[in-house]
Design a protein around this ligand. Structure first.
Ligand code: TYD
Ligand code: MG
Length: 461
């Protein structure tokens, strides 16, 4: 009879005080904390010693001798928006986590990115382990979005140790696991998706990534409040945390990096979900402004910011005689209370009393703008409609409006103006304080008006 290897022992460790128990208990007998015991594998002294002895590449090195990660070391996915968010592509040995709500398009993004790598490296294989869907479902989707090169290898497997065995045998250019919550190791009794399993599986995948220098992508689900399901330690463990989310309007999908050991976390990637899969949106502002009516009163363009990316959006206002006795206010895409506040400021500080009129405010493209920097745009759109005078089509504006009618500075002045310049705007009305702080380069090519009062801004228009 073949001698079977002893199964590593599972123990339960208190997450609060580190106390070890052989069996799970509801309360830690050492620190009395409730529900803090989590299953894990007991470290075997022999395996530990062996791991230390065979560890390679860990020799102490002078910092001067450590090579930089060169652009040539990174693997491109052929999707420029992903590569940019990653900091220039996938880094050898990096473990990245792609989080997002169910149905947002994680699997679609993943298969498109993997196909991009596979096409760029026809001599190599790319391994996609799916625990969520069958290979037939995954292949169907991949073909539909045109992401099915023959060297993209699929395996429907939820046992992480078998996934790793396949990965060792195939030596893929990239390994992807969809999702970390569906894989498990038979060595732990906890169910897939539990803290113990997620942590242990991610740890094993991490070791594979580091020892074989294989970029490894994990898909992770997020909970209702937006956190990644499973232990917070997962985010500490991995090198890159990407979040795939809706932009609020439902029109676009935004890829952000919350953590990136190999690049900046400032970049965002914008996609649109179409019938043919995810399509990169290279100029989101240009899309939003494409159908703008030139020369119509009540339309202004604001330089807003979505995360760290400037976004030029059209705000429309319509002031009409009241349909009922008192004026109605309807706001889409901006906060209705903010509109009410701005109407009061317009009446009290700029002599434009519309309290008896119906006022409609709309953000074109179904985008939602939540930052105070769009205040000035809303106020000017309303004033433009009320006076029946169109705002110059090549003017862009931003600024926060205070209750005294003062215009306050907002963050990212330079980035907003750079975006406006890129899209062909000629003039900008900005808070005086922003104007004072601008870098000289941001002033070039734009006629800038610094304003400190709402009345002055309306005059400048
Ligand atoms: P999916 O990638 O399965 O999301 P996740 O893995 O994050 O759960 O995609 C989810 C939705 O995207 C699905 O409900 C249908 C839609 N979709 C399209 O609109 N077009 C497409 O080409 C694909 C593949 C999906
Ligand atoms: Mg999926």
């Amino acid at each position: 009879m073949a001698k079977t290897k002893a199964r590593p022992r599972a123990v339960h460790r208190c997450q609060a005080c580190g106390h070890l128990e052989p069996k799970w208990l509801g309360r830690c007998p050492a620190c009395q904390e409730w529900g803090s015991l989590v299953e894990e594998l007991a470290a075997e002294p022999a395996t530990r010693a062996a791991a230390v002895a065979i560890s390679d590449g860990a020799a102490p090195t002078s910092i001067a001798d450590v090579a930089d990660i060169e652009a040539g070391d990174r693997l491109g996915t052929s999707l420029g928006e992903i590569d940019r968010v990653l900091g220039g592509g996938l880094v050898p040995g990096a473990l990245a986590l792609l989080g997002g709500e169910p149905g947002i398009g994680k699997s679609t993004l993943l298969v498109q990115a993997l196909a991009g790598v596979a096409r760029a490296l026809p001599g190599r294989k790319v391994l996609y382990a799916t625990g969520e869907e069958s290979v037939a479902q995954t292949a169907l989707r991949a073909r539909r979005v045109g992401a099915a090169p023959a060297n993209l290898i699929l395996v429907a497997e939820t046992d992480v140790d078998r996934v790793l065995a396949h990965a060792r045998a195939l030596a893929p250019a990239v390994l992807a696991v969809d999702s970390i919550q569906t894989v498990h190791t038979a060595l732990l009794d906890s169910i897939p998706g539990s803290v113990a399993q997620v942590r242990e599986c991610a740890g094993r995948l991490m070791q594979f990534a580091k020892t074989t220098a294989t970029p490894t992508l994990l898909v992770g689900h997020v909970t209702k409040d937006g956190g990644l399901a499973g232990p917070k330690t997962l985010e500490h463990l991995v090198d890159v945390v990407l979040a795939f989310e809706s932009d609020g309007s439902g029109v676009y999908r935004i890829l952000r990096s919350h953590k990136n050991r190999f690049g900046s976390t400032q970049e965002i990637g914008v996609f649109e979900m179409r019938g043919s899969g995810l399509v990169e949106v290279l100029e989101p502002s240009a899309h939003l402004l494409a159908e703008r009516p030139a020369g119509a009163p009540g339309s202004v363009v604001v330089a807003s910011a979505d995360g760290n990316r400037p976004l030029l959006v059209e705000i429309q206002a319509l002031v009409a005689p009241p349909s009922a006795g008192i004026g109605r206010r309807t706001a889409a895409g901006v906060d209705g209370n903010r509109v009410a506040l701005l109407l009061a400021v317009l009446a009290q500080r700029a002599g434009l009393d519309l309290l008896a009129q119906d006022v409609f405010v709309n953000v074109a493209g179904g985008v939602r703008l939540d930052e105070p920097a769009v205040d000035l745009g809303i106020a000017c759109a309303i004033a433009s409609s009320a006076r029946g005078r169109a705002v110059d089509a090549r003017t862009v504006l931003f600024g926060e409006v205070g209750l005294a009618g003062e215009i306050r500075a907002v963050p990212m002045g330079d980035a907003r103006l750079a975006e406006a310049k890129k899209l062909g705007f000629a003039r900008a009305i900005v808070p005086a304080q922003n104007l004072a702080r601008l870098e000289p380069a941001a002033r070039d090519g734009l006629e800038l008006f610094g304003v400190d009062r709402l009345g002055a801004a309306l005059g400048a228009l």
